[in-house]
Design a protein around this ligand. Structure first.
Ligand code: ACO
Length: 330
């Protein structure tokens, strides 16, 4: 039962300071700036230091979101973190973040939906807010995929970067135009083997062999994922438009998951959206998985591209395979 509308009142991001460019990658792998740029649109990405873990990036991003929202950390009553590269399998990164932020007793949990992690997490938080269970929710997408990357595999090593994005979500007055209007979540586990970190769980616990055979890193069938990504993200946007009687021209901004510029352009073409309305940050950060969308959202709000009252679609896909989108008025 929906009692309240929910809205985003503050955003924040944090990326590590170390920059890894395509030219740096040329020194490490059989690859080139030309290949990476034309095939993916990426120019550089940020890499976490040895000492940085997911909760450290999440903490910095959250502090900025809290400041932008004008709330106190102790007001937060729900923390949902979308991540597939948590500090530990357990306890959750959300609980570690709660401790760092010094938030008193609250609901805190992680959610695993690959690169769709932030969309899933924000949709879950919206449900908590709309039923009155949460008044002030902190939603984070954070990833340090470079620590589970096979640096000898040029098919995946060039793609990923690290970072965190956070939003504060609260209930809103019915007269307020800013609100989360709708979301669409979906999953198809028949494709679970296309994007996987095989070892480290109960299926293949860590052993000397799993380490020697490089089984603790991301494995991906890039071509298959590519096609499914275009299809699922387009479908999600179309569903949100149709269900809310909107034509694509009504949308002010589309923020798609930043996995590959060609995927982003293909979705834009299928939806027939003005390319000027599609937000792209891939050249700066690469694919930061569940954090690409909150990072792009924060960049766009702070640079005054997204303004109060704008109609925005966020859309993503990722390991699972999962996909989903959120339609909201900022
Ligand atoms: N540098 C140079 N050559 C390369 C590189 C590289 N970094 N990587 C692959 N190649 C080569 C391949 O070996 C292949 O060579 P061959 O023809 O001699 O066999 C050639 O380039 C073409 O390879 P393709 O895989 O066909 O290249 P494609 O155009 O499909 O691009 C890419 C590969 C970028 C991975 C693309 O398929 C893609 O973006 N897929 C989607 C990935 C994605 O979105 N993943 C989401 C993960 S997020 C998550 O949930 C964790």
């Amino acid at each position: 039962m929906s009692l309240y509308d929910a809205k985003i009142i503050g955003t924040g991001k944090h990326v590590p300071s170390r920059v890894l460019t395509n030219f740096d990658l040329e020194q490490m792998l059989d690859t080139s700036d030309e290949w990476i740029t034309t095939r993916t649109g990426m120019k550089e990405r940020r890499i976490a230091s040895e000492n940085e873990a997911a909760s450290d990036l999440a903490y910095e991003a959250s502090l900025r979101a809290i400041k932008a929202a004008g709330i106190r950390a102790r007001d937060i009553d729900l923390i949902v973190v979308g991540t597939i590269s948590p500090d530990y399998p357990f306890p959750s990164t959300a609980c570690l973040l709660q401790k760092k932020l010094d938030v008193p007793d609250c609901i805190a949990f992680d959610l695993s939906a690959g690169c769709t992690g932030f969309i899933y997490a924000a949709s879950v938080a919206q449900q908590f807010v709309s039923t009155g269970k949460s008044k002030v929710a902190l939603v984070v997408g954070v990833e340090i995929l470079t620590k589970i990357t096979n640096w000898e595999d040029r098919n995946t090593a060039v793609l990923f970067g690290d970072g965190a994005g956070a939003v504060i979500m609260t209930r809103t007055e019915s007269s307020d135009i800013s609100k989360i209007i709708d979301f669409d979540l979906s999953a198809d586990g028949t494709y679970s083997d296309l994007l996987i970190q095989p070892a480290g769980g109960s299926r293949m616990p860590a052993t000397v062999e799993t380490v020697q055979n490089n089984k603790h890193v991301v494995e991906m069938d890039g071509n298959k994922v590519y096609k499914l990504a275009v299809k699922s993200m387009t479908q999600s946007c179309e569903l949100l438009l149709k269900r809310n009687n909107l034509k694509i021209n009504a949308i002010d901004w589309l923020i798609p998951h930043q996995a590959n510029l060609r995927i982003i352009e293909a979705i834009g073409k299928r939806l027939a959206i003005d390319p000027e309305k599609v937000i792209v940050t891939i050249e700066k950060y690469g694919n930061t998985s569940s954090s690409t969308i909150p990072i792009a959202l924060d960049d766009s709000i702070r640079s005054n591209r997204i303004r109060k009252g704008d109609l925005v679609i966020l859309v993503s896909f990722g390991a699972g395979l999962t996909s989903g989108g959120i339609l909201f008025r900022y």
